[in-house]
Design a protein around this ligand. Structure first.
Ligand code: HPA
Length: 248
């Protein structure tokens, strides 16, 4: 499938579309893989450091533009494609709304657990011979590699991510419910990706970029949103460093 020994996939979220990958030295692709669940998104192999093995990269929402929002992604195709490539670790970046007090737009958090409030997503490959997803939600070693690559310590040491169905934004009452349940940040993308990866034995961890205050959580602050290229320019180098730290 590819002539390179690639073991890490970086899944780009917010602002990964249309990203100029030249500074990260693309060495193969973009190519797609045919999976039992349909075609994978385009995958590019990057080798920013010639002394390190290449890492695979793909943009979750579309290569050139925001083509598929969170509620309309083919999660099974991309995770199966990762398995076909021989990937053992997925590092993802995900845009999130801030629920916890003290979180600011532009902050980075590394979730330690997840509450799944999605309703219509397929969270399993449904193969009787695959072990059901279990164990720590985010792989501890993969998460530690991201934390070690952060420029600043996590503003929240053990953050919880709540995943909502979308495509609509949450109501204020829903966010209040999630806050009371212990959620610190809200997004729409980590479920079922992480559970499908667990089923296939792929380590998975996420770097969350706070793009906005969650509904009703501006707490007197002026509204602020950051969905621009700075999200990708911040997250990609951190995850590339994490890839160099994780041993396979
Ligand atoms: N809600 C859900 N998903 C999100 C948000 C949000 O406020 N911000 C970024 N992804």
């Amino acid at each position: 499938m590819n002539s390179h020994d690639v073991s890490t996939l970086i899944m780009g979220g917010t602002a990964a579309y249309g990203l100029d990958l030249t500074p990260w030295r693309p060495v193969q692709g973009p190519f797609t893989l045919q999976t039992p669940y349909g075609e994978s998104p385009p995958i590019t192999l990057l080798q920013p450091d010639p002394g390190q093995p290449p890492v695979a990269f793909c943009s979750r929402h579309g290569r050139d533009a925001l083509q598929h929002s969170a509620a309309f992604l083919n999660h099974r195709a991309v995770i199966w494609a990762a398995k076909m490539l021989g990937i053992s670790t997925i590092f993802s970046w995900n845009g999130v709304g801030a629920i916890a007090e003290g979180l600011e737009v532009g902050n980075l958090v590394t979730p330690a657990d997840l509450i799944d409030f999605t309703r219509k997503r397929i969270t399993t490959f449904g193969h009787p011979d695959l072990r059901p997803a279990s164990g720590p939600t985010f792989h501890p070693a993969a998460r530690a590699a991201i934390i070690a690559s952060l420029p600043n310590p996590n503003p929240i040491p053990i953050p919880t991510y709540v995943c909502t169905e979308g495509p609509r934004l949450e109501t204020e009452a829903e966010i209040e419910l999630y806050r009371r349940a212990g959620a610190d940040v809200v997004g729409m993308t980590l479920s079922p990706e992480i559970f499908l990866a667990q089923e296939l034995g792929i380590r998975y961890a996420s770097l969350c970029y706070v793009t906005n205050y969650a509904t009703g959580r501006a707490l007197g602050r002026a509204p602020k949103r950051q969905f621009g290229p700075v999200v990708a320019r911040t997250c990609l180098p951190i995850l590339i460093r994490a890839a160099a730290l994780i041993d396979h």
